[in-house]
Design a protein around this ligand. Structure first.
Ligand SMILES: *Cc1c(COP(=O)(O)O)cnc(C)c1O
Length: 422
């Protein structure tokens, strides 16, 4: 008899739920919950899971490379990474190997590697912040680690306990933080890029049998205050970023390459990013690879902070977005209502025409909180007020709170201090 199958319409979410349900076992038993055909009867194998405590360290010669200043580091066409990186390999038959912290350098892949053909790649992005109090902090890294697990499982890469990834990120910063983000540079940051790729050298569309998890730390230019604000162009009518039933909610590489055609076209016309609309209604979803917010007054006069909802899985559940929503609910209660709902570009245009549009900003790790000043939709130009200098009032307020938490001006549970090796 065939096993009982879930209803076909639930296949993806059921598969994801099964895989995620296996993960707590990983946290305790450090076993490998990957069930790409190798699971035992109860679906959990006893192969080694990802285990940060097994990490080996091979140090780079610290005198080989000097730390450039931020502007120099970001001026060229190559991302400047720190002295070290972390790599961990996984194999279907043997689980996760011991993580290696080692000198930064090229990876070795066969031309037939899964990632190079079938987009079996997902990534994360978070920053490490050198505080004004001298401490080095990550911002809610647990959320990045959990999201990476979700993205990983979405593309049939192996599962892991998210807490182990968080430990690896902290370990890399513990080693490279003191030199690359020195206490003499308070208010500066490094960008952390964890990623997982399918590496098995075998053509054929199938779930990867080998994988590599790696983490780098690098410089990244500041993008949160472009002169005159961020200018958005809505997507062309024949192109969308994500769709219901797709994978827009996962940070998989396959979401980004195909978006560049429209982004470059917008750049040529003097715009910074695409405002991605969805459906014949023109629902506002995301601004480039950032979440998108507007502040408006309703026709009844209520002040609202509005952003797209997560439930239809079109948009990415941004850590910055979530933090903005939580902080605004907590600290602006009574002043402004926080609304997560579907809303259309026509509603934004109408609010603009009726003088009800108050502010707009993009939110994400790379762009941080970036004021939006202009949206071109077809032949209409929405001009958004930038009351307080180069930013709206609420935009500046929320950005200030986030900055204070990141750089330790406010002690807050979201700021996780790195125990540095000095
Ligand atoms: C990474 C990303 C964001 C921002 O997420 P954060 O966790 O805030 O950095 C938003 N949208 C897309 C499409 C992204 O890839």
């Amino acid at each position: 008899m065939l096993p009982q199958n879930p209803p076909v319409e639930d296949l993806t979410s059921t598969a994801m739920e099964h895989k995620i349900a296996e993960q707590p076992a990983l946290a305790n038993g450090k076993t490998n919950g990957h069930t790409n055909g190798n699971g035992n009867a109860n679906g959990t194998s006893t192969l080694p899971g990802l285990d940060a405590s097994k990490m080996t360290i091979t140090r780079a010669d610290p005198t080989l490379r000097a730390v450039p200043d931020e502007d120099t580091a970001c001026a060229g066409n190559e991302t400047i990474c720190t002295d070290h990186m972390i790599t961990v390999t996984w194999k279907l038959g043997s689980g996760w190997s011991a993580p290696e912290l080692k000198p930064y350098g090229p990876l070795s892949l066969m031309p037939t590697a899964s990632v190079l053909h079938y987009a079996t790649e997902c990534f994360e992005g978070l920053k490490a912040y050198r505080g004004h109090d001298g401490a080095l902090r990550l911002f809610r890294p647990d959320l990045n680690a959990k999201r990476m697990l979700m993205s990983t499982l979405r593309i049939s890469l192996p599962g892991f306990a998210p807490a182990e990834v968080e430990k690896l990120i902290l370990a890399l910063m513990a080693v490279d933080g003191p030199k690359w983000l020195p206490a003499s540079r308070p208010g500066s940051y490094l960008y952390l890029r964890p990623a997982v790729i399918g590496t098995n050298p075998q053509l054929g569309v199938q779930a990867p049998k080998e994988a590599l998890l790696f983490i780098t730390a690098s410089f990244m230019p500041r993008m949160d205050a472009p002169p005159g604000g961020m200018k958005l162009h809505t997507n062309p009518e024949d192109m969308i970023r994500a769709w219901v039933g797709g994978f827009g909610y996962a940070k998989v590489g396959a979401n980004y390459g195909p978006s560049l055609l429209a982004t470059n076209e917008a750049r040529d016309r003097g715009f910074g990013q695409i405002l991605w609309l969805y459906g014949p209604e023109g629902y506002c979803t995301e601004a480039g690879a950032s979440n998108f917010f507007v502040v408006w007054r309703t026709k009844e006069g209520a002040l609202q902070l509005v952003t797209a909802p997560l439930d239809d899985k079109l948009i990415l559940d941004g850590v910055t977005r979530r933090s903005v929503v939580e902080l605004a609910k907590e600290r602006l209660a009574g002043e402004l209502e926080v609304v997560e709902r579907k809303y259309t570009i026509d509603e934004v245009v109408e609010a603009d025409k009726e003088g009800r549009l108050v502010e707009s900003f993009a939110a994400g790790t790379a762009f941080f909180i970036c004021p939006v000043s202009h949206i071109r939709h077809r032949d209409y130009d929405v001009q958004i007020p930038m009351v307080k200098g180069e930013s709206g009032h609420y935009t500046a307020k929320i950005k200030g709170w986030m900055t204070d938490i990141m750089y330790g001006n406010e002690q807050h549970p979201w700021g996780v201090v790195v125990d540095e090796q000095k």
